[in-house]
Design a protein around this ligand. Structure first.
Ligand code: HEC
Ligand code: HEC
Ligand code: HEC
Ligand code: HEC
Ligand code: HEC
Length: 443
């Protein structure tokens, strides 16, 4: 590896040790030997077109997107630590229960870090695997969890087709190569640097197009699951609510070397952390909660749930996610005299979840996935980018002093029991003292 680095530096003309002493051919031979470590895929490139220097062997990745991320991590050390271990984040994978009736608690296999990123465990996270077994009778449904190399879709396309699944080593999930390897076998990046592997510049890697394939499916349907990219494009970017692309929020940048042990300059680089539903800091930054008394002297209230932090709907993506808003009216003695709760969640299909469809669902193609969602409906739709969702509540209350208390709770899986807390976070709290003087109101 040292030789490899050294020779790489030579090719860049940063060290001036080469030809006069005939070092270069020797080093080149050693370099070929060093690269041999990477297996049979080694080939000889067509030469360095910029300098006219003789052909230099470039690393190849014969396993395609199944190439283990740890291989890339031998040179891109910090990226690897971030992706594998969530370095620098509050990511935490606690136990999961798939359904209310499930007995077993699902945990990541011991070989995976509990602070890993979702991308790293997309092929080993036991929950999607168990969900596929229960809901799809084992049918391999999650193409996005282990795709083949793809070209980016057009950022303006009306519909996002899912990527093609990879049959090989599905347990490796989403790898560095899943995002960086092009169908031609080159590594895409925004710089176009000279590297031990072939690189190709694609500026779109800094845009939401890089995430679209796996973070949206089909055409836009407001309220439905699997719409994150389309929500970002149509609700956030297009109206001008913000200029951020997915990376600006989910891959915060820093300045450092891309490959630590190489004589390369520091560059602006995005952290590979992708915090989402498994990060308290991330979900807690999404919403604001506020309470208002809409008529003085009466128990007429408005609860505001405002999407201030996400460039898409909240909760976004998977239909399993939910946010609960619970409100309580507490009297002067501390007794709860009224309460109510709401659930915000993505619909499983392109229409509102509703109990009235349950029987039909059970006879359909996806009986479990659709009926578990419909059995909980109707419910509030997801809160769109920039939206201030106002929920009216007029509890009955005799004249007196009260406190209104409201809480927002994020739930990774709305289909197990609400009493199961390992997959929940409290992400917002508000309270308001009110005085009720007027006649009783009927809610
Ligand atoms: C033998 C060491 C080594 C291995 C293994 C390696 N890289 Fe690199 N890579 C480098 C070096 C060195 C650079 C150039 C860094 C620079 O100039 O800042 C680089 C550059 C890159 C870039 C930037 C490309 C650009 O032009 O913007 C990306 C992206 C990248 N590598 C991804 C990968 C991926 C993905 C893998 C695994 C499939 C991988 N690398 C394996 C050493 C390696
Ligand atoms: C989910 C997709 C995804 C995965 C997985 C991924 N990357 Fe990246 N990577 C990106 C994106 C997007 C950027 C550009 C971010 C930006 O600056 O906007 C990037 C940037 C980079 C860069 C810097 C080049 C540049 O254009 O900024 C390197 C080097 C790199 N990645 C290496 C890796 C390595 C090594 C791994 C595995 C440990 C990996 N990546 C895994 C999406 C990914
Ligand atoms: C190759 C498909 C693919 C691409 C490309 C991709 N993702 Fe993902 N992403 C997934 C899958 C699958 C998961 C869920 C894995 C799991 O939990 O099992 C995921 C999870 C996530 C999560 C975490 C959700 C959680 O549960 O914590 C975030 C955040 C995220 N992706 C952001 C991005 C961003 C930003 C990009 C573009 C730079 C991107 N992804 C590109 C497939 C992809
Ligand atoms: C302005 C910042 C911002 C932008 C831009 C943004 N996100 Fe998010 N993202 C958030 C916040 C805040 C959350 C937590 C709330 C939620 O889960 O909806 C989040 C959550 C997520 C999750 C976790 C969902 C889950 O169920 O675990 C994924 C996946 C995700 N974003 C992907 C993306 C993708 C893909 C894009 C670009 C198309 C994007 N985000 C753009 C801020 C942003
Ligand atoms: C369009 C791409 C895509 C397809 C197809 C897909 N998934 Fe996913 N899956 C994702 C993404 C992206 C996430 C990350 C969470 C989010 O966006 O809310 C995810 C997350 C999940 C999670 C939550 C994982 C966790 O630990 O938080 C489960 C469970 C899951 N998927 C199961 C499935 C099942 C079962 C299927 C087949 C019916 C499937 N997925 C098909 C993209 C996809």
């Amino acid at each position: 590896m040292m030789i490899d680095k050294f020779c790489f530096a030579l090719r860049h003309g940063r060290f001036n040790l080469a030809s006069p002493f005939g070092f270069r051919p020797i080093l080149r031979t050693l370099l070929v030997a060093a690269l041999g470590f990477f297996g049979p895929g080694l080939s000889h490139g067509a030469g360095d077109s910029s300098t006219g220097a003789p052909a230099t062997p470039k690393m190849q990745f014969p396993e395609g997107t199944a190439t283990q991320s740890g291989l890339c991590g031998t040179c891109h050390k910090m990226m690897w630590r971030e992706m594998y271990n969530g370095a620098g984040t509050d990511l935490e994978w606690r136990s999961m229960k798939v359904q209310s009736t499930s007995k077993a608690l699902l945990n990541l296999p011991p070989s995976d870090s509990r602070s890993t990123t979702a991308h790293y465990v997309a092929g080993t996270d036991p929950w999607p695997i168990e969900a596929a077994r229960l809901e799809e009778r084992g049918r391999k449904c999650n193409v996005c969890h282990y795709p083949q190399a793809f070209e980016y879709p057009d950022i303006l396309s009306a519909k996002i087709d899912p990527p093609k699944p990879r049959d090989l080593f599905q347990e490796r999930g989403i790898t560095c190569a899943s995002c960086h390897l092009t169908p031609e076998g080159k590594i895409r990046g925004s710089y176009g640097v000279d590297a031990p592997h072939a690189t190709v510049v694609d500026e779109r890697i800094k845009t939401s197009a890089a995430c679209a394939y796996c973070h949206s499916e089909g055409a836009r349907v407001v309220g439905k699951q699997d719409q994150t990219f389309l929500e970002w494009r149509d609700d956030f970017n297009k109206p001008g609510l913000g200029h951020q692309h997915c990376q600006d929020c989910h891959m915060p940048r820093t300045v450092r070397k891309l490959a630590e042990d190489y004589p390369v300059p520091e560059r602006v680089v995005a952290r590979h952390t992708w915090t989402g539903g498994h990060s308290f800091a991330r979900v807690a930054s999404a919403l604001n909660l506020a309470i208002a008394q809409t008529t003085e002297g009466q128990s007429e209230l408005a609860l505001h749930v405002i999407n201030i932090g996400a460039g898409h709907s909240v909760p976004t993506g998977n239909n399993r996610r939910a946010i609960y808003l619970t409100a309580e009216l507490v009297d002067a003695k501390g007794k709860v005299v009224a309460n109510k709760d709401w659930m915000f969640a993505p619909w499983v299909l392109g229409r509102p979840d509703d109990k009235k469809y349950v029987e039909e669902d059970l006879k359909g193609e996806d009986p479990i996935a659709t009926s578990q969602a419909d059995a909980q409906g109707p419910h509030e739709t997801i809160i769109r980018a920039g939206e201030d969702r106002m929920l009216d509540w007029s509890p009955r209350a005799p004249a007196g002093q009260y406190t209104v208390r409201a809480t927002l709770t994020y739930d990774l899986n709305r289909y197990n029991d609400r009493a199961f807390k390992a997959d929940q976070y409290e992400i917002g709290k508000a309270s308001l003292p009110i005085k009720v003087t007027g006649p009783k109101k009927v809610s």
